[in-house]
Design a protein around this ligand. Sequence first.
Ligand SMILES: CC(C)[C@H](C(=O)O)[C@@H](O)C(=O)O
Ligand code: SF4
Length: 468
Amino acid sequence: MKPRTLYEKHIDSHTVRTLDDKGHVLLYIDRQVINEYTSPQAFSGLRDAGRRVWRPETSLAVVDHVNPTAPLRTRQMPDAGGARQVSYLAENCQEFGIELFDILDSRQGIEHVVAPEQGFILPGMVIAAGDSHTTTYGALGAFGFGIGTSEIEHLLATQTLVYKRLKTLRVTINGTLARGITAKDVVMALVAKIGAAGATGYAIEFCGEGIDALSVEGRMTMCNMAVEAGARGAFMAPDDKVFDYLKDKPRAPKGQQWTAAVNAWRKLHSDADAVFDREVELSAAEIAPMVSWGTSPDQALAISGQVPDPLAESDASRRKDLQRALQYMGLQAGQPLKSISISHAFIGSCTNARIEDLRAAAEVVRGKTVAPAVRAMIVPGSSQVRAQAEQEGLAEIFTRAGFEWRQSGCSMCLAMNDDVLSPGDRCASSTNRNFEGRQGAGARTHLMSPAMVAAAAISGHLTDIREL
Ligand SMILES: CC(C)[C@H](C(=O)O)[C@@H](O)C(=O)O
Ligand code: SF4
């Protein structure tokens, strides 16, 4: 048999039927996660067509995009539109028999943080959901990808999707990361190198020493942000770290089933001589702490760099893009990145609001104070992360330093709730997208790792974590 990549094995084992010779297949999906924001029309469609959800137990619903994160949690929501989305999700879950973690559930949080934390996502699975960052699950050796609302409807009714097979891209991180360099820096360096559309049409498999050394949480950060290079799916072969992470999670298999599962999961890797359509290599030693300076995640550089000069760009349309980005961001060509002052600091999102991220930020913040001109907030990725951080004393470190300690949700990652920046605000942010208006109309976002956000919050400007 022809040697195969891990992606090809996943897709082959989930193909119900080949639909044509152009790569379209009917793909079986093991599990899906549902949120309040992208599911309403899917449920309405099912209801209108008189269809049921075929396998309700393969779905898990959470409220994450629109809920407030005010410290005192209630069911009251200031925004009527958001409140409707939340109550509609509850009605739909009730009617269609789907389990829901609502706002007051102790397991609530951002779907991509909650699903792994519950052991709902397991190696070898194919997962689809109405959110582009469903790729996060790749860290567990599952292949996850985002789908649109009409596809959610099809999926709920049939547990399948019409799917076009992707090309394969292997990204190898050679060598070991220097001190202070995180998974966020690696993936930002990758996106900067290959561009925001650099992996369009591809499924990424990450490998190499630099990946093996990462924690499962760090790997989630990588798979999460691979979307910002255009990849519709990114994963790595599961290893002992993944099995340790999953062991004893509420929904992970137990006893003999666990042993049998781990034995099967060990076989999940690309064949040694499998051929990828494309290869990209990064040298870990060359990766520095990264910050974005523009309005696309690939407009990012090492913190030691300077804002690029559009005039140095020979291509006219790219020059215009750069000029527009600098204008929106209120930056001057040649300005050192470290000289950029901030008004806000945000640690949150499915990219970087897991317990390890909060530990790394707390390490920087301990005993220090947020700069007077900065409003800083922490929005844990889930209510469980929040509880754990309180238990470990991290919450106290943050609040003593002047950070707001909030409830979990997507929050200021995309400002669909009431955590919204004002025009001209400038935010150091541990999130994954820095598009115009992402955190509020006219607001400016600089992406970076949580430790780098913490450092910027303390100093009041973008700061090299290695110089602290
Ligand atoms: C709202 C949702 C459709 C969107 C996504 O798919 O990623 C959001 O989560 C985001 O991060 O922009
Ligand atoms: S935290 Fe941000 S990136 Fe993640 S799902 Fe929510 S809005 Fe999307």
